[in-house]
Write a protein that binds this ligand. Structure first.
Ligand code: FAD
Length: 359
């Protein structure tokens, strides 16, 4: 068996680790000079969205011997509507770092991989297809999937974010749902430490958003975050991304080519989370290659999750600011809070039900 993994990111490295755990060495190609060679930003694993897995990081360690040390265990999530805020409390998930940071997820995964990575090797799928019996496409870019099969694009997202300094409680994150700050999108603040955090704005690039002034929106959000947190947040670095494709591949594998991570369609359209699904698709493709699972079957729930998440997004997009405030109030209700934070529930299904009265 000759296996090539294209991309040493979250999904590619997860696949390589799993194969190596069973004594199988793949050729891992990475176009950059190091794993995680990009801007630093904080991301999250949210337990609420990973149904039926209650605790994603614990699951990965217990079931797959894949160890992730998060930056913090998220205990509080403040959700700010246009005028009303609410707070969820409990074991909500984890925050972690990405990019050129010593504790970045990519670095943590690389340190657990005992094989070789061919860095500065930008590989073209068509060129190597004949040389390998199995190929895992894990480049993080659905455009590469589209060279081989249909990738159903739900929308493209635009990001503007940066690192701010201030005083933070590492296990408390903030999210804003306000069409005046992020039309049909969201803003968030995730601490990296007591003194540093990521501040990010993201919205879909729909036709009606094409004249949006991203810089002005980000400035407005920056001011709102300072007001809400009652302190000055100094912006020390920033990044901007356009055309970040969110969608799903028609097939998880074609012959012996496996689509993993964003190439599979790992990002859930509702809030844009893709780390856990990226790791799962990496692991699942390895299991199929080793004859220990069937990738088509293993990824079925991930397709379901994608479509449930897309339906929820389409519902929320219909809410104007006054309705978003009503939703914030309903999150306040004890019953919903208990359902969301203390039990293993499918948030996507519950949220769709809870939203019905507002639509
Ligand atoms: C700003 C931002 C915030 C996000 N926040 C969250 C969050 O809070 N929670 C969450 O769960 N998800 C979040 N996501 C999504 C998450 O980061 C992705 O779903 C995940 O990283 C995808 O993993 P991957 O393995 O597909 O790609 P990556 O981890 O990006 O890895 C792809 C790798 O392939 C390499 N590569 C590309 N082309 C080639 C080639 N031709 N040859 C060799 N190597 C190649 C790249 O250099 C890269 O190292 C966020 C995304 C962004 C952009």
């Amino acid at each position: 068996m000759e296996i090539a993994i294209i991309g040493a990111g979250v999904s590619g490295l997860s696949c390589a680790i799993k194969l190596k755990q069973h004594g199988i060495q793949a050729d891992v190609f990475e176009k950059r000079a190091i794993a995680g060679d990009r801007f630093v930003t904080a991301e999250v694993f949210l337990n609420l969205l990973d149904y039926p897995f209650y605790d994603s990081i614990r699951y990965l360690s217990e079931e797959h011997d894949l160890l992730i040390k998060p930056t913090s265990n998220i205990k509080k999530m403040f959700i700010h509507g246009p005028n009303v805020s609410s707070c969820l409390e409990g074991h909500l998930g984890y925050s972690n770092l990405r990019g050129k940071h010593d504790e970045a997820l990519e670095k943590q995964l690389q340190s657990q991989y005992e094989g070789n990575i061919y860095f500065e090797n930008k590989v073209d799928y068509q060129e190597i297809a004949k040389e390998y019996s199995h190929i895992v496409l894990a480049t993080g870019d659905p455009l590469d999937t589209q060279q081989i099969q249909m990738f159903e694009e739900a929308f493209r997202a635009s990001f503007k974010g940066g690192i701010v300094t201030g005083e933070f409680t590492p296990n408390e994150v903030h999210a804003w749902f306000n069409n005046e700050l992020a039309p049909k999108g969201m803003c968030y603040l995730i601490p990296h430490s007591h003194s540093e955090a990521s501040l990010v704005l993201v919205y879909p690039q729909y036709k009606e958003n094409q004249h949006v002034d991203k810089e002005a929106l980000f400035q407005k959000f920056h001011e709102e975050a300072q007001r809400k947190l009652n302190q000055t947040l100094n912006l020390v670095s920033h990044f901007s991304i356009n055309d970040y494709r969110i969608g799903i591949s028609s097939y998880p594998r074609i012959g012996n080519t496996y689509f993993a991570g964003n190439c599979f369609g790992a990002i859930t359209p509702f809030l844009g989370f893709g780390q856990f699904t990226s790791i799962l698709t990496g692991i699942y493709s390895a299991m199929d290659i080793m004859g220990k699972g069937n990738y088509d079957e293993l990824t079925k729930p991930l397709y379901q999750n994608f479509y449930d998440s897309l339906a929820l997004r389409r519902g929320i997009e219909k809410l104007d600011n006054s309705k978003l405030d009503l939703v914030m109030k309903s999150i306040h209700t004890k019953i919903l809070e208990t359902m969301l934070t203390r039990r293993k529930v499918n948030l996507l299904k519950i949220a769709s039900k809870a939203l019905k009265p507002f639509l």
